[in-house]
Design a protein around this ligand. Sequence first.
Ligand SMILES: Nc1ncnc2c1ncn2[C@@H]1O[C@H](COP(=O)(O)OP(=O)(O)O)[C@@H](O)[C@H]1O
Ligand SMILES: O=C(O)[C@H](O)[C@@H](O)[C@H](O)[C@H](O)COP(=O)(O)O
Length: 177
Amino acid sequence: MNRPDKSPCALIVMGVSGSGKSTIATALAERLSWAFEDGDRFHPASNVAKMRAGHPLTDEDRWPWLEAIADEIGRVCEASGHVVIACSALKRVYRDVLLRGRHDVRFVFLDGSQTLIADRLARRKGHFMPPGLLDSQFRTLEPPQADERPITVSIDAPVETIVNNIVAQAQVRTQSP
Ligand SMILES: Nc1ncnc2c1ncn2[C@@H]1O[C@H](COP(=O)(O)OP(=O)(O)O)[C@@H](O)[C@H]1O
Ligand SMILES: O=C(O)[C@H](O)[C@@H](O)[C@H](O)[C@H](O)COP(=O)(O)O
C-alpha cells in the first residue's frame, strides 16, 4: 500500500539555468508565506568559480552542494518549518540525494524550450552563470518521471500565472490572496 503523501514541508523548484527557479521560488515563497532559499548559496566557492569560467560542473562537484541543501531541508522540516528552495536538481540521482527518502518534499519542474530560456538568459544581468552553459544544462537534464510525482509547469507564462499553477497542484495551504 502506498504511504499517504504528507503535505510538503519543502518545495524544490528545479530546472536548467535560466528556467526561472530563483524568480518563481521567490514569488511562490511569498505567496505561501514560506521561507525562501537559493540553492546557489550552498555552492563551495570553487563551484561558482568553475561555472563563472564557463566550465560545467561534474557529479563530484555537485555531491557536497546537494548534501548541504539536503541538510538544510532536514533542518527546516524537522523544526516543522516550510521552505521553497531554488535548485537545478538536473539528474534523478541528484533529486534522490536531496530527498533522503522523505515523502514530504516535492519537486516543481519548470519546463520550457531551450530557445525561450536562451532568450531570457541573454537578457539576464549580473549573474555568474554564463549563457554558454545552457547546452550542457540541457544535456545533463533528466526531466522528472511520473513516479517522482513532480509538479510540472510551463514557464511560457507570466510569473503570477506560473505560481497559481503550482499552488493549484501542490496541495499546500496558502495565505488568502
Ligand atoms: N515567467 C517569466 N517571464 C519572463 N521572464 C522571466 C520569467 N521567469 C524568469 N524570468 C527572467 O528570466 C531570467 C532567468 O530567471 P532566473 O530566476 O534567474 O532563472 P534561474 O534561477 O533558473 O537561473 C531572469 O532575467 C528573470 O527575470
Ligand atoms: O550545474 C548545475 O547543477 C546548476 O547549474 C547549478 O550548479 C547552478 O547553481 C545553477 O544553475 C546556477 O545558475 P542559475 O541560477 O542560472 O540556475
